[in-house]
Design a protein. Structure first.
Lengths: 484, 238
């Protein structure tokens, strides 16, 4: 096991500052505590230069630094920041744990081979974590507790073997050793300054003085007992919101924002090793009005480019009623992804699509109901002898056992290639009657009773038509199909 | 429904007439090495030699009409190409012309796609013609999306044949469809009005269906790779 700890000592300050307070050049501090007894949690460099430090009562800080601007601590924002960092770290290791309010631990021993060794992995971690913009310190050690403690000492300590761990920990001063405040105070009173002083003490004596919890902490640090950590689990839901400074009307600008969100979604899905089957785009307008587009997929996907293409096609089909002030992407349905198996020797060119991908693309632009299959129905009435069916979405269309065609038509009678959706009057008299009449009389049970005499006729232009005359009446020819 | 009366015409147009190249000026025999080099040059797809096996090189789906097959290079509807069918009116046999080929495609488990047909392709009639309906897809697209849809289906490479109806279109759009069909190795059938026969078209095959003396007939207006005359008619319908 090799644990890496990323500690963000100034997170409380940076999480609040991120919201735009950074513009002021005044000394700045984050405060916490009940109304009567506010104290400083953390101060920025300017305030520290004036003597403000963490733990100080607010009144004292204000006396030292009259220009001090303060903001209350925002635990929710801190939590959100650390969560997003944990989600990012999940890419590097399956064992990620959030330690306290300002640090994450990740087990990197199992990831070394994949990422090209310890030095390469740490370099990559540093490179990517810098993008969050938080001040951080990084340490690696064979136990999680030791990594956590060492990260508080200095940035960049890496002890990949158990041998030198005890001596490295020995140099750690008690104040930052992660022991409880009471234990530290007691040990200080006894004249101890560093952990190495404690390591030399006999265990029973030490346990009696500082309590079993603190002793357990020391044992876990050195790897004498197993550590239990709460494993981080990535969220089961994705929601990201982009706010715009002004109302956006152009589709291009929206597509740009959409691309950013979809890319984030794809990154999230890769880290989660899952796909998305259904997501919605919520366009926020003024006064809380929203427009919602649902994007449904036939099979889970996670490829950023194809998700973007599908979402964009849907976006292009709608007309937004008002300028857009915010765009939210919400994905609730995140099933596991089963990648399609492709033939290794498949020689199709890159721009070709398989059938499910083609359906997705067509549905995205034409609408969910645009693609349909055709099927026969056992009914004598021509308009009811067929129906639209769901289209087969499988890549390899396995042969569906077709119900044998048992309609009265049964292929015995000639049927036209084209059926008119609605029968219409035949213009002019037919030139010739080629076949008929064929009486079709059916449907007394469902109130669509039809009694018609069908003929195959030829028009003056040589077209062959399927036309009928209602039985026992003389209302003229009605066209119902073409023998095309 | 169809019988062909042009067997005689077809035999007359067989390529055997052209296989014998006219005798060239007397030349010393080529060495094997020169032969190989020449064969290399002649293998270039841009070179067509009259009388060589040009017919066999076209991958085609038999039309099911012997008279028509005999007059098409490859013996049928060319695969990976656009076939225009120019019709005078609906209902003169223009779709039945395709039925045998479509039935053969679906039985070979290839999809056929109807892109925005003018009426409903009546499933009982399709089934009676031997088409496996589980491989038939009907796409409802508005006029503005018809080209796009047809192009996507042709290009994808997972559709055997794509049928589309385009009363108004132009050379550029047809060219796109032709290229898409080449990419996806699909047969693209495009139905257009007869008046379009006068326009130029990038389609590999253009067939015109008209009525003559009360009977429909097929004229081949244009046929890529054909060696014979192109305006002979094949009669449909007895």
């Amino acid at each position: 096991m090799l644990w890496c700890c990323l500690r963000f000592p100034r997170l409380a300050l940076e999480a609040v500052r991120g919201e735009g307070a950074s513009s002021s050049l005044n000394p700045f501090a984050v405060i916490d505590g009940p109304q009567q007894r506010r104290h400083v949690v953390i101060a920025d460099a300017a305030a520290q230069a004036a003597g403000v430090h963490g733990g100080q009562p607010l009144t004292a800080a204000q006396a030292l630094c009259p220009l001090l601007s303060t903001r209350p601590r925002d635990p929710a924002s801190e939590r959100q920041s650390i969560d997003s960092i944990a989600a990012w770290a999940y890419r590097f290791s399956a064992d990620v744990s959030i330690a306290g309010s300002d640090a994450i631990l990740l087990e990197i021993g199992a990831s070394l081979a994949l990422f090209g060794g310890l030095a390469a992995l740490l370099r990559r971690l540093r490179f990517e974590v810098a993008a969050f913009g938080f001040d951080y310190s990084l340490a690696a050690a064979t136990t999680a507790t030791a990594a956590h403690v060492l990260a508080a000492q200095a940035d960049g300590i890496a002890i990949p073997h158990a041998g030198p761990l005890a001596s490295a920990l020995g140099a750690v001063p008690l104040a930052t050793s992660g022991l409880g405040d009471e234990a530290i105070a007691a040990l200080r009173g006894m004249g101890f300054r560093h952990l190495r002083d404690l390591f030399r003490l006999p265990r029973p004596e030490l346990a009696r003085r500082i309590g079993p919890d603190a002793l357990d902490h020391l044992d876990r640090m050195r790897g004498f007992v197993a550590e239990t950590l709460v494993r981080y689990r990535p969220a089961d839901r994705f929601e990201r919101r982009l706010e715009f400074a002004f109302g956006i009307e152009s589709q291009d600008a929206l597509a740009f924002a959409l691309q950013r969100l979809v890319r984030e979604l794809a990154t999230f899905l890769v880290a989660r090793d899952g796909g998305v089957q259904r997501f919605s785009l919520v366009f926020g307008h003024e006064r809380g009005a929203t427009t919602r587009i649902e994007v449904g997929l036939l099979a889970p996907q996670r490829d950023a480019a194809s998700l973007f293409e599908l979402a964009r096609a849907r976006l292009e089909r709608i007309e937004l009623p008002a300028p857009v002030h915010a765009l939210t992407l919400v994905a609730d349905d995140l099933p596991p992804l089963c990648p399609l198996h492709r033939d290794l020797f498949d020689d199709r060119r890159g721009e070709m699509l398989d059938w499910p991908a083609l359906i997705e693309r067509l549905r995205a632009r034409l609408g969910d109901m645009a693609l349909q299959g055709l099927g026969c129905v056992a009914d004598h009435r021509p308009a009811r002898a067929w129906q639209f069916t769901a289209v087969d979405t499988r890549a390899e269309s396995a042969r569906v056992l077709q119900a044998s065609f048992v309609s009265g038509d049964a292929g015995l009678r000639k049927r036209p290639f084209w059926l008119l959706p609605k029968p219409m009057l035949l213009r002019g008299e037919p030139a010739e009657i080629l076949a008929g009449p064929e009486r079709i009389e059916s449907g007394w049970w469902d109130e669509h009773d039809k009694r018609r005499d069908y003929y195959i006729v030829e028009t003056n232009l040589g077209q062959r038509a399927w036309a009928f005359v209602p039985a026992e009446s003389d209302t003229g020819w009605t066209l119902h199909g073409w023998f095309a | 429904m169809f019988t062909s009366t042009s067997e005689a015409v077809a035999t007359a147009l067989a390529p055997s007439d052209f296989t014998q190249a006219p005798p060239l000026a007397r030349k010393p025999a080529r060495t094997p090495r020169e032969e190989a080099a020449l064969a290399e040059v002649l293998r270039h797809p841009g070179i067509w030699r009259r009388g060589t096996a040009a017919r066999a090189s076209v991958d085609a789906q038999p039309t099911g009409l012997a008279g028509l097959d005999a007059r098409l290079p490859g013996g049928g509807w060319p695969r990976g190409a656009l076939c225009e069918i120019l019709i005078e009116h609906d209902g003169i046999g223009e779709c039945s012309l395709l039925l045998p080929a479509l039935a053969a495609l679906t039985q070979a488990k290839q999809r056929i796609v109807f892109v925005a047909p003018p009426y409903i392709p009546y499933p009982p009639a399709l089934a009676a013609a031997g088409i496996d309906l589980s491989h038939v897809v009907h796409i409802d697209a508005c006029a503005a999306d018809t080209h796009w849809t047809a192009e996507q289906c042709l290009r994808a490479g997972c559709c055997g044949a794509v049928l589309s109806w385009m009363p108004t279109t132009d050379y550029r759009q047809l060219r796109r469809l032709q290229l898409a069909a080449e990419t996806g190795a699909a047969i693209g059938f495009v139905f257009r009005p007869l008046a379009a026969a006068r326009e130029t078209s990038p389609a590999a095959l253009r067939v015109q269906v008209t009525m003559a003396h009360g009977l429909p007939k097929i004229d081949i207006v244009k046929c890529r790779g054909n060696v014979g005359e192109t305006t002979q008619a094949v009669r449909l319908r007895a």
